[in-house]
Design a protein around this ligand. Sequence first.
Ligand code: NDP
Length: 465
Amino acid sequence: MTSVMTPPGTKAPETYIEQVMISVKAKNPAEPEFHQAVAEVFDSLKLVLAKHPEYQSARLLERIVEPERVVMFRVPWFDDQGGIQVNRGFRIEMNSGIGPYKGGLRFHPSVNLGILKFLAFEQVFKNSLTTLPMGGGKGGSDFDPKGKSDNEVMRFCQSFMTELQRHIGPDTDVPAGDIGVGGREIGFLFGQYKRLRNEFTGVLTGKGLNWGGSLIRPEATGYGCVYFANEMLKSRKDTLQGKVCLVSGSGNVSQYTIEKLLDFGAKPVTVSDSNGVIYDPDGIDREKLAWVMELKNVKRGRVRDYADKFKKAIFMPTDIKLEHNPLWNVKADCAFPSATQNEISAKDATNLIKNGIKLVAEGANMPSTLEATKMFLEAKVLYGPAKAANAGGVATSGLEMAQNSARLTWTREEVDDRLHKIMIAIHQTCYETAEKYGTPGNLVNGANIGGFLKVANAMLDQGLV
Ligand code: NDP
């Protein structure tokens, strides 16, 4: 297998990694999130390269950081006033070593090439951990669905898909939802794909239930994250029963994290959005959660309204002058960051640790900065990194693809049971891999190495492509 590869170099793994990192920064300037995601994975891979020089001689690291393909395109659309709007669309097809590209679409004004490359890179390892045959990709647009009418969102989605449809397909690249892309957007995107291609296929996941969607897909990321947290606690003979939990965000992942926490007897006490934080000392029960779901999914309102409705709750508006997020300064046992990247800074991690946090399970992608991650690991907090803890969403997307291919639908119980077993398996892989590579309990190393090995070996098997 090594015959077509560059002959082994003589550099020590650390030097090799350092040099590749320098070239990643030089080739991808002004993309700090991408650099951060790569640096975190590379740090774990030192342990692998020391044991397996074949990856270094095959220049696997240079190859794995380079997207197989990047598509960037103009998305013009008419607003309700008849004015012309122009957004930028992207799809990063990062790695197809173990299956078709798979990963969400994000619609948010902060979207740019670097953010999507970090997400696509993470997705490669996450998808590998799920045990399902899925490569990694990510896409989206700087379009902001907030404040837009349904018709505007539809016109945007139709224009976006008019270009994207050339690059995707059920055996090529299968997008899903992410921030700003939920059931409504997937519906509009799917409708336009079907119209342009004249085919009804499983080209997107997160579809509606009566047109090819899977039961439990909307719930899967949040449910999966809580299943993962439960496994982490089990490894210390503990449970979620009675645990006070901090949840950030109030979108898809947050809502179903709260729902599953309630099933496990925990007490979620916070939600947030970009305007501020709600702290409800009495806990967010099922009735309050139903109210939040209606507020966010139907009325598309802001969480500050929660404090008007439920009088004991406190609203803390976002203050950009504050160098910490007050949500992470509420005393609690467990934290479930479920909003966005880098939402836990070193200062936030200090506050969490000072207040005795026992567990951090990441529902959002890369919500902790590198410094915060390091602090959690050093403080021996149970720390479930995103690419493992939030893999339930894409795993269930994989189950949706399987049902679409077989033209079958599984029951809610069957999908939930498979999701639960996948999360247990992911935890076991991370836990055992961390031990095998000499860093017991370090699930960051476990997830990065566990995810890497399968993809790297597939790349070696498939030659220099
Ligand atoms: P949603 O759009 O449903 O919800 C996002 C939530 O996070 C909203 O409450 C939003 O508030 C808040 N938020 C987003 N950006 C910011 C920001 N810059 N500052 C403060 N708050 C912010 O998205 P999801 O729940 O789907 O995604 C949340 C996270 O989970 C993301 O990191 C995503 O990549 C990750 N994820 C999602 C998966 C899925 O299946 N959906 C799968 C795996 C990971 P506001 O309304 O004010 O913008």
